[in-house]
Design a protein around this ligand. Structure first.
Ligand code: PRP
Length: 204
């Protein structure tokens, strides 16, 4: 049976597919616009499927995927019982608190925080003893301060363009993020060819 990869849809998946190609794997059915969900290489050795990033650790923990590639942000927000084996040094960005430049935090008053990462955000503000009301949003989080839904956001910043174009600034950096290769615990011991494949990834 092929080695199955769960990849987070988007830019990082495209970079990983480039790595597969560098390693000599060819996916005849794959194109960026394809609506197909699972792609297998010509030799049948490896296959991958594309999912939303928070689902990657779920598929790997359950063993539906042997390997997953996903950002550190997702692993911290959605902890999973998997091995994290490699830092692939792609998909680099930072987890930040952002708000309008004039926004200041008064630690006696509750602030409203919007985030796709409520756990990370809550842990951060708990550490500061800052009372918060946490609002979970699924995307376009920058809208929350712009429309008055929240005082600040906790979100990933890559180029900084989204913040800039919406008049927001970084108030604090929580941590650096990059993509990690995670592996199902049973697959690591039992799946033929998996260790060799991970070694090849490490070299690239
Ligand atoms: C992410 C993130 C920011 C943006 C940051 O959103 O949540 O909105 O990228 O990138 P930048 O610093 O390069 O501008 P994504 O594009 O994944 O979509 P989403 O807002 O729908 O989650």
């Amino acid at each position: 049976m092929s080695i199955r990869f769960a990849l987070a849809k988007g830019r990082v998946a495209n970079q990983v597919i480039d790595v597969f190609e560098k390693l000599g794997y060819v996916f005849p059915d794959y194109s960026k616009d394809s609506r197909k969900l699972v792609f297998t290489d010509k030799t049948g050795e490896i296959s991958f499927f594309l999912v939303k990033s928070p689902d990657v650790p779920v598929y790997v923990e359950k063993g539906t995927a042997d390997v997953g590639i996903v950002g550190r942000d997702i692993l911290l927000e959605h902890p999973a019982d998997v091995y994290e084996l490699l830092n692939l040094d792609i998909g680099k960005c930072r987890m930040c608190v952002a708000a309008y430049p004039e926004t200041s935090f008064n630690y006696d008053t509750k602030i409203v925080v919007a985030s796709k990462y409520p756990k990370i955000a809550q842990d951060y503000f708990n550490g500061l003893d800052q009372p918060t009301e946490m609002i979970y949003l699924g995307g376009s989080v920058e809208l929350a301060p712009v429309l008055g839904l929240a005082d600040c956001i906790v979100d990933i910043v890559e180029t900084g363009n989204t913040l800039k174009e919406n008049g927001l600034v970084v108030k604090d950096v929580l941590f650096d993020i990059s993509s990690r290769l995670i592996v199902n615990k049973v697959s690591l011991k039992t799946k033929e060819g998996l260790l060799e494949l991970i070694e090849k990834f490490e070299k690239i």
